[in-house]
Design a protein around this ligand. Structure first.
Ligand SMILES: [Fe+2]
Ligand SMILES: [Fe+2]
Length: 170
């Protein structure tokens, strides 16, 4: 059964939201590189790649449901920040925004009785719980560390050990 137009359009918008997240994390990564915090930059680069896989997940879903993918322009992300703490605070705020986008999309799919979309979106609802928690934990660490250079370098080293995403098991 084909997805109706309203749900298709909303999924296309979410593809764009995920691609904006990809872009935004890449921009954050570039900022960290500039400060020579390579661990933070590595973490942000992987996060950016993860957002690309989210966009692709919705892209594949649309195609599987005989929908039409329509790519929209990706807005320019923020490129200047005050500090590493601000970067991760922005990351957390961004994840909270995405959570509300996913929730609205889920609500719409429910109203439209798009049951397969609901199942697909459940994966995203779970993912957002993880994403928010991870970002919140890192913000907490940056707050604890403050401006102590040795601790900042330790934290940077820790973030630099983030492994690449394992291929999605589904
Ligand atoms: Fe995402
Ligand atoms: Fe995310």
């Amino acid at each position: 059964m084909m997805l109706n137009e309203v749900v298709q359009e909303a999924i296309n918008r979410q593809i764009n939201n995920e691609l904006f997240s990809m872009y935004s994390y890449l921009s954050m990564s570039a900022y960290c590189e500039q400060l020579q915090f390579r661990g933070c930059a590595h973490w942000m680069r992987l996060q950016s790649q993860e957002e690309y896989t989210h966009a692709n997940r919705l892209y594949d879903f649309l195609i599987a449901r005989q929908g039409r993918v329509k790519l929209l322009p990706i807005a320019q992300p923020q490129s200047e920040f005050k500090s590493l703490l601000e970067v991760f605070e922005k990351a957390l705020a961004q994840e909270q925004t995405v959570t509300s986008q996913i929730n609205s999309l889920y609500e719409l799919a429910f109203q439209e009785k798009a049951f397969a979309a609901l199942v697909e979106l459940e994966w995203f609802i779970n993912e957002q719980v993880e994403e928010e928690k991870t970002a919140r934990d890192i913000v907490h660490k940056f707050k604890l560390v403050g401006n102590d250079p040795a601790s900042l370098l330790d934290l940077d080293r820790e973030l630099g050990t983030r492994p690449p995403e394992a291929p999605a098991a589904d």
